[in-house]
Design a protein around this ligand. Structure first.
Ligand SMILES: Nc1ncnc2c1ncn2[C@@H]1O[C@H](COP(=O)(O)OP(=O)(O)OP(=O)(O)O)[C@@H](O)[C@H]1O
Length: 249
């Protein structure tokens, strides 16, 4: 099956928690092969939006299409099987299992009916690709932070996504490690997977994103290329200034 031109289409997505509207009337499209960044100040609703995309939350209103399928009310499993993968900011592998076993679980989860030996072969290939092959037989709790993040990306890739959601996976990395992680994400995109990521570190957004959606107080404040949104006076007022001073180098 060919991948549609638009992999994600959110229309009027809204999420209320009691009296608080965390995400309000958010609409955007992600094109196939695109790296799309979601940025905005603390509390802007970025994580809630990602939770609406992955299926952790159901929207109060609005719709979401994934690869042409209406998944507005679909479970996380259904979205995963349709081609959505997610790596979390707080890395949560199974700590006692080896790195290889952790990725194998991802490969089994992503494909109902997958055979164990096929899943293990796929897991090996992903460990090579994410630079973790030499750590394959270590328990996951022995990895350092960068390796943990590589493992999280490998586990998400093991579900064979067409769209990968990344939630601040660069957080806490040293500058050289962040650059390695940037290369990893570029490699993921170059393999044909569309990537949507939340990030606070602006140089990473500049280096990675084809387009940027800026959120503020639950709404979309601006969208465009990095240079377009960072020149937008509304974005500068609501978010930038201090953020632009941060650097990964
Ligand atoms: N499960 C929940 N129940 C109630 N309120 C929530 C819940 N999740 C998020 N919120 C609220 O929704 C708003 C948006 O939060 P969210 O975590 O989505 O923002 P964010 O842009 O990801 O922030 P940060 O950059 O700090 O992670 C905040 O006011 C937050 O307190």
């Amino acid at each position: 099956m060919t991948t549609p031109d638009i992999v994600l289409r959110a229309e009027g997505l809204t999420k209320r928690f009691g009296g608080l509207t965390a995400v309000q009337d958010v609409s955007f499209e992600q094109r196939a092969g695109e790296i799309l960044a979601i940025i905005g100040p603390n509390g802007a609703g970025k994580t809630t939006l990602l939770n609406l995309l992955s299926g952790l939350h159901r929207p109060t209103s609005g719709t979401l299409h994934l690869l042409g399928h209406d998944v507005s009310r679909a479970s996380m499993e259904r979205r995963c099987h349709l081609g959505l993968g997610r790596a979390f900011q707080i890395v949560r592998p199974f700590p006692e299992m080896t790195v290889l076993e952790n990725v194998t679980v991802g490969a089994l989860f992503g494909k109902p009916g997958a055979r164990l030996h096929t899943a293990r072969e796929e897991a090996w290939a992903l460990l090579e690709r994410t630079g973790l092959a030499t750590h394959a037989h270590k328990p996951a709790h022995d990895l350092n932070l960068l390796q943990d993040k590589r493992l999280e990306v490998a586990r998400a890739l093991a579900t064979q996504p067409k769209v990968l959601l990344l939630d601040e996976v660069m957080a806490g990395l040293r500058p050289t490690e962040a650059q390695e992680a940037v290369e990893l994400v570029r490699g993921v995109r170059d393999s044909g997977i569309s990537v949507l990521f939340i990030e606070h570190i602006m140089p990473i957004v500049r280096d990675l994103a084809d387009r940027v959606v800026v959120m503020d107080q639950g709404r979309v404040l601006a969208r465009g290329t990095y240079h377009e949104v960072t020149a937008d006076p509304h974005v500068i007022r609501a978010y930038l200034g201090t953020e632009l001073d941060q650097d990964v180098a």
